[in-house]
Design a protein around this ligand. Structure first.
Ligand code: UT7
Length: 332
């Protein structure tokens, strides 16, 4: 059996400089810093402002950083997969725009939409390209400008989301590090609880859809919360069991950051204390496809070669999943 694996060799990240704090939101809707922190764990989030600034702006910065850190010539990148729910345009793909901006002249690229599980879907897909033997270097980007689809008059959604991007370089290796296992799931019946009503082919944009605010995220928070807690904890526990992982030998849980209570429930189920859980939710909120690579970006310096990482996510679709990987290098 081939020992060829796909390993992360570097991480890049980008968050816009503009901060939207809970106190700022208190001036926009009927809410309080205390409610938001207690119910979600979020203190502030970043917002990408400026004319014609789309998701690719952030994805490009994250990609440039990972190219620099891994000393990679952009012409060597063979494939770019961009997980996003907020592409710059319906077409062309944001991955193509990023490829152009970073000078990845020999790559092909496409976008992948699985809402908050997008990065795990993209990482798993990229792993298949590498394990199949034809590809050596794949850039996986998770990027979302959630502020472009949020109604800042809706206190149930505007408190949660933020903008950001993360990127990882995935390379072929014969070493015993890299992606080992992955479980991906979806259930389209969950669409009723979390979706964007208009702007797609079913309800193209009209004056009526704009007036009815149908181009903003619709979320039944309580229903989504129940599914998220159940599925994210279950899938993380399943991937541990089938890889004979115990709470002692998992170094880090790398969870999607939607609500600190969902993260804590997953960690509890895995038997992990908070010191082994990556949290960025307090400062970035829920950046959808970007939360997991932004976690890796923030915690990179604490990671050691051989660390067992369990990545887990749940999001719109519904989609959910977990990935088990062995980290490939020592943080600085
Ligand atoms: O990442 C993609 C998937 N998304 C998720 O995983 C999100 C999952 N859901 C959640 O994180 C939580 O459901 C929310 C943070 C969205 C909401 O928290 P909750 O504890 O589930 O609140 P709720 O929706 O059950 O509302 C409880 C109360 C309601 O008031 P009443 O009816 O009890 O009087 C709401 O109107 O809290 C009220 N409320 C707020 N109060 C102050 C809802 N939003 C706010 C707010 N500030 N921002």
């Amino acid at each position: 059996m081939s020992t060829r694996k796909a390993v992360i060799t570097g991480v890049g990240g980008y968050v816009p400089k503009d901060v939207l704090s809970n106190h700022d939101i208190e001036k926009m809707v009927d809410t309080s810093d205390e409610w938001i922190v207690t119910r979600t764990g979020i203190k502030e989030r970043r917002i990408l402002r400026g004319k014609d600034q789309g998701t690719s702006v952030m994805g490009t910065e994250a990609a440039k950083e990972v190219l620099r850190k891994t000393d990679t010539d952009p012409a060597e990148v063979e494939l770019i997969i961009c997980a996003t729910t907020t592409p710059d345009m319906i077409f062309p793909a944001t991955a193509n725009l990023i490829a152009d901006k970073i000078g990845a002249i020999n790559s092909f690229g496409y976008d992948l939409q699985a809402a908050c599980s997008g990065f795990l879907y993209a990482l798993t897909t990229a792993t298949q390209f590498i394990e199949a033997g034809k590809y050596q270097k794949v850039l996986v980007v998770g990027a979302d400008k959630m502020s472009s689809i949020i109604n800042y008059e809706d206190r149930a959604t505007c408190i949660i989301f933020g903008d950001g991007a993360g990127a990882v370089m995935l390379e072929a290796t014969e070493e015993p590090y890299g992606v080992i296992d992955s479980i991906l799931r979806s259930d389209g019946s969950g669409a009723q609880h979390l979706h964007l009503k208009a702007g797609g082919s079913r309800r193209p944009a009209t004056i009526e859809t704009v007036m009815a605010k149908e181009h903003f995220v619709y979320q039944e928070g309580g229903a989504v919360f129940k599914y998220a807690v159940k599925h994210m904890a279950n899938v993380a526990a399943t991937i541990m069991e089938r890889n004979q992982l115990s709470s002692e030998n998992v170094a880090w849980l790398v969870p999607h950051q939607a609500n600190k209570r969902i993260i804590d429930a997953t960690a509890n189920r895995m038997g992990l204390d908070q010191e082994r859980v990556m949290y960025t939710i307090h400062k970035y909120g829920n950046t959808t496809s970007a939360t997991i690579p932004l976690n890796l970006w923030e915690y990179e310096s604490q990671l050691k070669q051989g660390d067992n990482l369990v990545l887990a996510a749940f999001g719109g679709g519904f989609t959910w999943g977990a990935t088990y990987l062995k980290w490939g290098y020592n943080g600085s």
